[in-house]
Write a protein that binds this ligand. Structure first.
Ligand code: 5GP
Length: 126
């Protein structure tokens, strides 16, 4: 079936400057901004600027430069938000929901960095 990117998804509009965002970090290939509906005191989304629908799409087709930039951006966001255990933070969860089983709402690859409180167990058993 392949990957099909919707140019009208909400994060594409944020990247084009059509919708405002609270930017945490911008790099050559990535943008990090606060989630509009935070699930915890820290809730930042990191997106690549390129048109990738999901983490597997990004892994398959992004350039090495984009992948390095994106991975470093995640590390930087962990530092900026203070959640990084190696810098005195108390930890965080990084999540990349993909497709219908994971209830991915926005079809532009993003990693959630969520922290600032105890987050409980990862997945409910229900
Ligand atoms: P998903 O379910 O796709 O992994 O997560 C999408 C996330 O995007 C949700 O946590 C939701 O709150 C966030 N979101 C949706 N629309 C907007 C928006 O317009 N601005 C921001 N900053 N976040 C959004």
């Amino acid at each position: 079936m392949g990957y099909s990117y919707d140019e009208n998804n909400i994060f594409a509009k944020i990247l084009r400057g059509e919708i405002p965002n609270k930017t945490v970090l911008e790099t050559a290939h990535s943008l990090a901004f606060e989630d509009i509906s935070p699930a915890a005191p820290v809730h930042v989304l990191i997106i690549p600027k390129g048109p990738y629908v999901s983490v597997d799409h990004f892994a398959d087709e992004a350039t090495d430069e984009e992948i390095i930039d994106y991975t470093r951006a995640i590390g930087e966001v962990c530092k900026i938000t203070g959640v990084q255990p190696s810098s005195g933070g108390t930890g965080f969860r990084s999540i990349a929901n993909t497709g219908s089983d994971a209830i991915q709402e926005v079809p532009h690859f993003h990693t959630h960095i969520i922290g600032g409180r105890n987050l409980g167990r990862m997945i409910s058993q229900a």
